[in-house]
Design a protein around this ligand. Structure first.
Ligand SMILES: [Ca+2]
Length: 370
């Protein structure tokens, strides 16, 4: 089912979700005990090591290693030079599923080049030292956006592995619009590769660039995660009034820039998804927008009633947005203010939620049930 605007507003009223997130009072409504671990210079993403220490990327190009028990913060050297500015810089970090055997980590970042900038994904061997830091060795770029363009927006470049060690990358459309529908560009796509960057078997399209593509027509897809059935969910920042939660299907076309539940920021209208049934409509969308920065599908036991829910970190909504997924439908169930733009949410091995606040001095917070 697809929510029309009026339905979305009605649901927002029913669920108590506020059109103005600032009216949600964090202290009274918070379901969390919050522990602040340490702070960072513009943190963007985090990943857990097997020993529960945490890698945190900082947008200007620093990779930090944090011990949440001692709060000690070390540095991992060897990060490639990143193009910092606007939405661009150091992006995501993810461990190879067999990290314990191969010590491989994957990073994404904006890089400069002829024509402007573009996202790149590299893999490297993480070599830790005994003083709380380490180095990246054998850094190898295994994927790039197919064109470098001017401007510093919509890189997205989220990295995710599935249990078969297949690598998924969300590639933003770089504010270029039409490339999201072009199979000679990998902008505005969900990318599926082997762990060495070669094209994975079974992808739905052909062509030099097209063969990387699993799904197309996405705008600024900052979050992707699998549910326990192995289905891939995606959140993307839409235009004015058009943030989306999508269920990603093989070969699916999600419509950007031809359709959207929102309109262009200069006020020009964009037809809704229901005007073009060949495009897959979002399972939920937001107007006003929440500015989704990442998503997890919760798989832990600590927040027992949230299992299978999408937990979306939000910049504009300054907190977490919890979405209940029932079969193929999704609806916002709760909006939890954290009083600051939230850049990333991840689930720890104990089921706790770990979030990064956005911007200068952004903190790493551990959230457990109150
Ligand atoms: Ca769409």
């Amino acid at each position: 089912m697809r929510f029309g605007l009026s339905t979305a507003y009605a649901l927002a009223l029913v669920t108590g979700a506020s059109a103005a997130p600032s009216t949600v009072t964090a202290r009274q409504n918070s379901p969390f005990n919050t522990a602040a671990i340490t702070d960072f210079a513009e943190p963007w993403a985090l990943a857990f090591l097997p020993d529960n220490r945490i890698l945190v990327t900082e947008k200007r190009g620093q990779l930090r290693l944090v011990d949440p028990n001692t709060k000690a913060k070390g540095t991992i050297t060897g990060v490639p030079s990143v193009r910092y500015g606007g939405q661009g810089g150091f992006g995501d970090v993810a461990l190879h599923p067999r990290f314990s055997e191969n010590n491989l980590i994957y990073i994404s970042y904006a890089e400069a080049g002829t024509g402007g900038s573009g996202a790149a994904v590299a893999r490297a061997r993480l070599v830790l030292n005994t003083s709380g830091g380490g180095a990246l060795q054998n850094v190898e770029v295994i994927w790039r956006q197919s064109q470098k363009v001017n401007g510093d927006g919509h890189f997205a470049h989220r990295i995710l592995f599935d249990s078969n060690s297949t690598l998924w990358i969300s590639s933003g459309e770089r504010q270029q619009f039409d490339p999201a529908q072009s199979m000679t560009s990998n902008l505005g796509k969900i990318i599926r590769l082997n762990d060495d960057g070669t094209v994975a078997a079974g992808n739905p399209f052909t062509g030099t660039v097209g063969s990387q593509v699993w799904a197309l027509g996405v705008r600024n897809p900052l979050g992707i995660d699998f549910d326990e059935q192995g289905r891939l969910w995606e959140v993307e920042m839409g235009p004015m009034g058009g943030d989306e939660l999508n269920l990603i299907e093989k070969g699916g076309n999600y419509g950007w820039p031809i359709v959207s539940q929102g309109n262009h920021y200069d006020g020009r209208p964009i037809p809704n998804h229901n005007t073009r049934p060949e495009f897959i409509a979002p399972k939920a969308f937001w107007n006003p927008v929440i500015s989704p920065s990442s998503v997890i599908i919760y798989k832990g036991d600590l927040f027992r009633n949230w299992r299978g829910n999408a937990i979306i970190s939000a910049l504009g909504a300054q907190g977490l947005v919890r979405v209940e997924i029932t079969g193929n439908t999704a609806r916002e169930a709760q909006r939890i203010s954290l009083g600051r733009r939230i850049r990333c949410v991840r689930q720890g091995s104990d089921g706790a939620l770990w979030v990064l606040e956005d911007g200068a001095g952004g903190r790493l917070l551990k959230l457990t049930p109150r």
